[in-house]
Design a protein around this ligand. Structure first.
Ligand code: 2AM
Length: 500
């Protein structure tokens, strides 16, 4: 056993843990690793004998803790939920005041708030860090969203900034080309201090909620190309590849172009056509939507994306329904090229709305949980490493730089202009989707959100009158100050109106 002390420790050597450990060791930090199943640790250490920093395998948590420089820093990458609590409980008696535990899993932010508080009472520090970018991100540079005590963040900052994805400062585009032992040099790291306790995990969750919407919107664009225009996957692929060179340039558009031209190795058919149309999920989109409901903040496009997955999951029921229920039978007679451009514009406008909703939710969470979230910085760290990385995020950063008090992204001049010039096409696509019977829930809901948000007057006047009628819930008047409530003594149903 080496007597050299490690800079950091890591518990949980599933793929994410292994890749993050390799990323850390590649940057010259010595790391001690431990996994419940010992063979995994031994195999991992044996397979990676020479990294710039060095990896030390540990057979027990005691050995892991004993191998670390003080204050000890230990990353947990075990299953979210009870396993995380169990590992924390095993570690606590081995630690000293000031030591830092870092949960890099997909924890629910309320769990992170609870763990941070409990550990703080014991003199320990806890950081909940969102890690985005999947296995590839963990290995070559993820987007990292740490939340917890600021001083604890400063302790891990050198490691976090080293291992995070990097973007080109001039273009905002991710830097690529890392290889084992040769990480990317320079660039702007995709990590920043997010805020206290659960703020990092919360932002990671909202990132995932936005990701759900982003993916669903791309699927709707594909559904319109194939359902309305009858385009083949390969033809769709070419369009997405072209879009990836413009405003929509992003990781998800890029992989969509790749997927749509992939052939199935078994049948030779387009790969997407042999994939069953039922989508799974791990729950972060649902958490985002539930929290939007709890905080009373509209995030309909994110929720629609979750519901669209649920609807996809009842495949057998849909097959039955498809034999019973009817839709329109209209064929497309317009200009195909113009329609493809219109789908592009619908996707772009809907995307702006989904991000506006996600960032509005972050603002609501600031109030609810007493955080001050660096919104512009958050958009910045989404530019590289994570699944929603996109050229577009640069524009969100600029919007918050122009106006740190910005209430809604839709009100930023750049996005306002984008919506002004693209919305005629957006409306046309939504109308066409309805006309052709192609479900495009995220496009519809984004448009309804836009039209609702820009409405000086909504039909909620009638709604509130209904509430006052049947439940005496009172109403405010257009000719009285806000916060002053009235009630009308309604007549019996069906009776003549009250005399004025
Ligand atoms: P394992 O290899 O021993 O199963 C993802 O499941 C990671 O979390 C794996 O490294 C797994 O270890 C670890 N893990 C899951 N539950 C755990 C628990 N209760 N205690 C410790 N590690 C756990």
């Amino acid at each position: 056993m080496s007597t050299m002390q490690s800079d950091i420790g890591l518990v949980g050597l599933a793929v994410m843990g292994q890749n993050l450990a390799l990323n850390i060791a590649d940057h010259g930090f010595r790391i001690s690793v431990y996994n419940r199943t010992r063979e995994t640790t031994e195999k991992f250490v044996a397979e990676n004998p020479s990294t710039p920093g060095g990896i030390q395998g540990c057979a027990s948590l005691e050995e892991l803790v004993g191998s670390l420089k003080r204050p000890r820093k230990i990353i947990l990458l075990v299953k979210a939920g009870a396993p995380t609590d169990s590992v924390i409980n095993s570690l606590v008696p081995l630690l000293e005041p000031g030591d830092i535990l870092i949960d890099g899993g997909n924890a629910h932010w309320m769990d992170t708030i609870r763990r941070e508080r409990d550990l703080r009472a014991k003199g320990l520090r806890f950081i909940g860090s969102g890690v985005s970018g999947g296995e590839e991100g963990a290995r070559w540079g993820p987007s990292l969203m740490p939340g917890g005590e600021y001083a604890a963040w400063k302790e891990i900052e050198p490691i976090w900034t080293a291992i995070a994805a990097k973007v080109d400062p001039a273009t905002g585009k991710p830097l690529t080309g890392a290889s084992p032992g040769k990480p990317i040099q320079g660039g702007v790291p995709c990590t920043t201090y997010i805020g206290p306790d659960g703020a990092g995990h919360y932002v990671k969750m909202v990132h995932n909620g936005i990701e759900y919407a982003d993916m669903q919107m791309i699927c709707e664009a594909y559904a319109l190309m194939s359902g309305v225009l009858g385009m083949t996957p390969e033809e769709c692929s070419e369009i997405f590849a072209e879009w990836n060179r413009g405003l929509l340039d992003s990781f998800l558009i890029e992989i969509t172009a790749d997927i749509l031209r992939q052939k199935d190795p078994v049948t030779g058919k387009p790969f997407v056509e042999v994939v069953l149309d039922t989508a799974g999920q791990k729950g972060t989109g649902k958490w985002t939507s539930v929290n939007a409901l709890d905080l009373g903040t509209p995030a309909p496009t994110i929720a629609e994306a979750v519901f669209a997955r649920y609807l996809s999951a009842v495949k057998e029921e849909r097959v039955e329904a498809s034999k019973v229920l009817t839709g329109p039978s209209s064929s497309f007679a317009g200009d195909r090229k113009a329609f493809i451009q219109a789908i592009h514009d619908a996707l772009y406008c809907s995307k702006i709305c989904a991000y506006a909703q996600g960032f509005q939710l972050l603002q609501a969470a600031e109030k609810e949980y007493n955080w001050k979230l660096p919104l512009g910085e958050i958009a910045k760290i989404f530019r590289g490493g994570c699944i929603i990385r996109a050229r577009f995020l640069q524009k969100i950063t600029e919007a918050y730089e122009r106006n740190p008090q910005l209430k809604n992204l839709l009100l930023d001049p750049y996005f306002k202009n984008a919506l002004d010039s693209a919305q005629a096409n957006w409306r046309m696509v939504v109308a066409s989707a309805a006309q052709h019977g192609v479900p495009a829930p995220s496009f519809y809901s984004a448009l309804a959100y836009y039209d609702g948000y820009r409405s000086e007057r909504l039909p909620a006047n009638l709604l509130q009158a209904q509430r006052d009628y049947f439940g005496a819930h009172t109403y405010e008047r257009v000719d009285a100050p806000r916060g002053k409530f009235f009630h009308l003594d309604w007549p019996e149903p069906g009776r003549p109106q009250l005399e004025v």
